[in-house]
Write a protein that binds this ligand. Structure first.
Ligand code: AMP
Length: 376
């Protein structure tokens, strides 16, 4: 199957070809035709499945094909839980929409609103926003969403986790009744089901890769090691396996800083990314990592959410997460969109119970690497 088989127009297929994407991912195959048909959609899919393109491509096409009926009004609104995700969605729209004359902008909190307000005044067709800043700009009369044709609620479960439900309800109350709505969520708790019931009209349900099968494509191994040897082991593993690009997960922010510092001392370019760093520092680290001037990015789970790097080959669990689901989410950062990846975990004897939970959840054995200098 190709993107043209999905009836995507040439300006989009050309942009996709330029990105090097040849085959639509399962969520794209299943969702795009329905969205182009004007249907509401409930997409059960996590990051890494290609879900952003699954909504961005048909939205671009629909807006392009229908001439603007609303003058200088926003025509599509995409709500995302975090700045990082909002920025990434914006990057996706830039890439796929390169050959179309549609304007988009991204608004999020934690930075000055002045450039965002300026962009809004110039007029945008597609707005990507985090809930808090959107409400802020709406209350100042800078943004009006009463002419929206298409509305996307992305990572709805994370929105609820982060306590955005009231903000979302406020935003929903300002949207026009007549619109096409797309809702994406990685999990399906009851709260999400009731949100969907209220929001979607005769939706098509599209579901891909449940959590446990996400782990299937990833080559996984574990090193048993004492706590004090984890740092030298990390250096050893990177050098020995010629790893030139990896995301390393730690439990704490200070741990992330210490590991990055230690790697730099050992001659491996590394940066840490976590909630105590400024927005600017986080974006710089992410950019450096994407451009490969930074070889190793060390992140806490919260900071890593939504990190989207093409073809991330390695994920290293410096510490084993207490929740087995977290492990699956972490390793889901590699081996994306059908490519195979590698996940390596460092486990102390205290962490063994967590490892056992993980093996139970993924229902698959994880290879133990015994031949390393810190094995005792
Ligand atoms: P997402 O689930 O939207 O975060 O996308 C995961 C990653 O897959 C992103 O880096 C996308 O740029 C990439 N991607 C999306 N669609 C495709 C495709 N059809 N072929 C290859 N890579 C893709």
């Amino acid at each position: 199957m190709t993107f043209s088989d999905l009836k995507l127009i040439e300006p989009l297929t050309n942009a996709l070809a330029k990105k090097g994407y040849q085959t639509p991912t399962p969520i794209q195959q299943k969702a795009i035709p329905h969205i182009l048909d004007g249907k509401d959609l409930f997409g059960c899919a996590q990051t890494g499945t290609g879900k952003t393109a699954a909504f961005a491509l048909p939205i671009l096409q629909l807006l392009y094909e229908r001439r603007s009926i609303s003058g200088n009004q926003i025509r599509a609104l995409i709500l995302a839980p975090t700045r990082e995700l909002a920025i990434q969605i914006g990057e996706n729209f830039s890439a796929y929409g390169a050959n179309l004359n549609l304007r988009h902008t991204v608004v999020f909190g934690g930075v000055s609103q002045v450039p965002q307000a300026q962009a809004m005044r110039k007029g945008v067709d597609i707005l990507i926003a985090t809930p808090g800043r959107l409400l802020d700009l709406m209350s100042q009369g800078i943004i009006r969403i009463n002419q929206i044709e298409l509305f996307v609620l992305d990572e709805a479960d994370r929105m609820l986790d982060m306590g955005f439900i009231h903000d979302i309800k406020k935003i929903l109350s300002k949207l026009p009744a007549q619109k096409q709505t797309l809702l994406f969520s990685a999990t399906l708790p009851d709260e999400i089901k009731s949100l969907a019931d209220g929001l979607l009209q005769q939706p098509v349900l599209v579901r891909v890769t449940p959590v446990s099968s996400a782990a299937e494509a990833v080559k996984q191994s574990v090193y048993y090691v004492n706590k004090e040897n984890k740092r030298p082991l990390l250096h050893h593993v990177i050098v020995e396996n010629h790893i030139d690009h990896a995301l390393v997960f730690t439990r704490t922010k200070r741990g992330a800083d210490r590991i990055a510092k230690d790697l730099n001392k050992r001659g491996i370019k590394a940066e840490s990314i976590h909630g105590d760093k400024s927005q600017g520092a986080r974006e710089r680290a992410l950019k450096g990592f994407k451009e490969r001037s930074i070889r190793i990015l060390v992140a806490t789970d919260i900071a890593s959410r939504g990190i989207d790097v093409d073809k991330l080959s390695h994920v290293i669990n410096y510490e084993i997460p207490e929740l087995a689901e977290t492990y699956v989410h972490r390793i889901g950062r590699t081996g994306r969109a059908g490519e195979s990846g590698t996940a390596i975990s460092f486990c102390t004897s205290e962490e063994q119970p967590y490892m056992r939970d993980i093996i139970k959840l993924i229902n698959k054995n994880i290879e133990t690497i015994k031949s390393h200098p810190f094995n005792n």
